[in-house]
Design a protein around this ligand. Structure first.
Ligand SMILES: [Zn+2]
Length: 237
């Protein structure tokens, strides 16, 4: 069953002092209460983002509005997109990379990899190393950390192919100067911003109804949207 307002307010509350990485996992946990934190941390980032977008669609509908700035002329762009446009058909998958004598198997990165990279001295290198599941040179198995720098660079270049959804970019063009560019889309930041705005709006509505009628928060949150709007209308601005 899709979580109700009560659950989303708890997610929002717990997320106040959380990192974006943790916020994404809090949302996933609300969507799949049976799954452990650890299990969810191992989901490829593209799968994580696809679930966040699906939750967003269920909560706020299929259309979304976003703002962008043209990097060439500074024009403000108002984007109107469908959530479906942001979901790619390619699923995260392992990739074989051959580079000279080297043969590597790469896996898509997950939240746990980001967490470990954030705590390391060289996050980009940590992520690259963690994505390497197997490495060999002329048939001899190697540790990822033994690989030469040029091979690691090839890994970093290839990594987005393991998980295109995690590297989502919007293709934009400016109506004013016709400049075309690709802007990265941060699903976690986007969904959290909307959840935050919804929570503040919802709590303000609870406040108005509780003040006017003396109802409890829980009772107000279980009202259907239509009834809540009706009573808000009765209470007036
Ligand atoms: Zn422009």
């Amino acid at each position: 069953m899709f979580p109700g307002a009560q659950t989303w307010l708890e997610v929002w509350e717990q997320g106040q002092r959380a990192t974006p990485l943790q916020r994404a996992l809090l949302i996933l946990q609300a969507l799949t209460p049976g799954a452990s934190w650890q299990e969810l941390s191992r989901l490829p980032l593209g799968e994580r983002d696809a679930r966040l977008l699906a939750a967003r669609e269920a909560l706020f509908g299929p259309r979304l509005e976003a703002l962008a700035h043209c990097p060439a002329c500074g024009e403000h762009l108002e984007l109107s997109l469908r959530v479906a446009d942001l979901r790619l058909s390619q699923s995260p998958s392992r990739q074989i990379l051959k580079h000279g004598e080297y043969r590597l198997r790469l896996r898509p990165l997950a939240s746990q990899d980001l967490a470990s990279a954030l705590g390391s001295a060289d996050p980009a290198r940590t992520l690259t190393l963690r994505a390497i599941e197997e490495a060999s040179c002329q048939g001899q198995t190697l540790e990822a950390a033994q690989l030469p720098q040029e091979v690691l660079e090839a890994v970093a270049d290839r990594l987005p192919e393991t998980d295109p959804q995690a590297d989502l970019e919007l293709k934009l063009s400016c109506p004013a100067c016709r400049h075309a560019w690709a802007a990265p889309f941060d699903a976690v930041a986007f969904v959290w911003r909307e959840l935050n705005a919804w929570a503040l709006r919802t709590l303000a509505e609870v406040h108005r109804l509780a003040s006017a009628y003396g109802w409890r928060e829980q009772d107000i949150l279980t009202l259907s949207p239509a009834r809540r709007q009706f009573y808000l209308g009765m209470v007036g601005p």
